[in-house]
Write a protein that binds this ligand. Structure first.
Ligand SMILES: Nc1ncnc2c1ncn2[C@@H]1O[C@H](COP(=O)(O)OP(=O)(O)OP(=O)(O)O)[C@@H](O)[C@H]1O
Length: 232
């Protein structure tokens, strides 16, 4: 579904990614792992055309690295960004409908009604402004907003960062539900235990290079790699 080849990126003179290859198959959940500063967010930003980069990025077989950033998003990538970035002065409902679309004509598209079914709490908060929500509620809005673009691939950068334990559980449960519905997902998070349980495959970055890829079972069975690359 999403295929990234030989991705290079830099901030000014400083090179940060050195030929990253990454695949998310249809209906697959892939975790992008690595310690702080290894290039995870940069990979996401480059994939979305939000920073200068080079390499080949395909979505459902079509080159998207040649497109303008807003067209990349419209091509079918839904981003839940680090820090959520919901519109603070819009209500929950306005946040959700602002970018909603079903461009590819999904037969069972996400709508306001179905995202509220996924996150009932949002149904009670529809009229609240974004800046009056808890961190967990903001993350639910960010996920629901991305889903309402009916993306081919959903990308979550720091899926549960800074959230209360119970809300984290809800977010992991939501990801399991999305997986069961066949949603392709690329997820970044610090909680390896949850990622091992939810993700099908893992891709580990170290200093802007992919140093390990494999299934959850393979990563579980490789404490050496966990220790070396993730400091576990
Ligand atoms: N705006 C920036 N300007 C210059 N260098 C940056 C900038 N953002 C990130 N970097 C550098 O790029 C490298 C990769 O950062 P990136 O944010 O992609 O890492 P990450 O794996 O997502 O880490 P984290 O878990 O801390 O978010 C780091 O060395 C970081 O210092």
């Amino acid at each position: 579904m999403l295929s990234i080849r030989n991705l290079h990126a830099s901030y000014g003179m400083s090179d940060v990614l050195f030929g990253v290859d990454l695949d998310v198959g249809e209906g697959e959940v892939v975790a992008l792992l690595g310690r702080n500063g290894m290039g995870k967010t940069t990979t996401v930003m480059s994939t979305l055309g939000l920073m200068p980069s080079r390499g080949e990025v395909r979505l459902a077989g079509k080159r998207i690295d040649v497109l303008q950033p807003f067209r990349i998003a419209r091509a079918g990538i839904g981003l839940v960004p680090e820090g959520r970035r919901i519109f603070p002065n819009l209500t929950v409902k306005e946040n959700l409908v602002a970018t909603a679309e079903n461009r590819r004509g999904a037969s069972n598209p996400w709508t306001l009604a179905t995202v509220i079914e996924l996150f009932p709490r949002l149904g009670e908060r529809l009229g609240n402004q974004g800046n009056r929500l808890s961190g967990g509620e903001q993350q639910m809005v960010a996920i629901a907003r991305a889903l309402m673009t009916n993306p081919q691939v959903l990308i979550l950068d720091e899926a549960t960062e800074g959230l209360a334990p119970l809300i984290r559980l809800e977010i992991w449960q939501c990801l399991r539900r999305l997986k069961s519905l066949g949603q392709s997902i690329l997820v970044i998070d610090k909680n390896l235990g949850n990622l091992l349980e939810v993700a099908d495959r893992h891709c580990v970055l170290e200093k802007g290079r992919v140093v390990w890829t494999g299934t959850s079972a393979a990563l579980k069975a490789d404490p050496d790699a966990q220790h070396r690359y993730l400091g576990v």
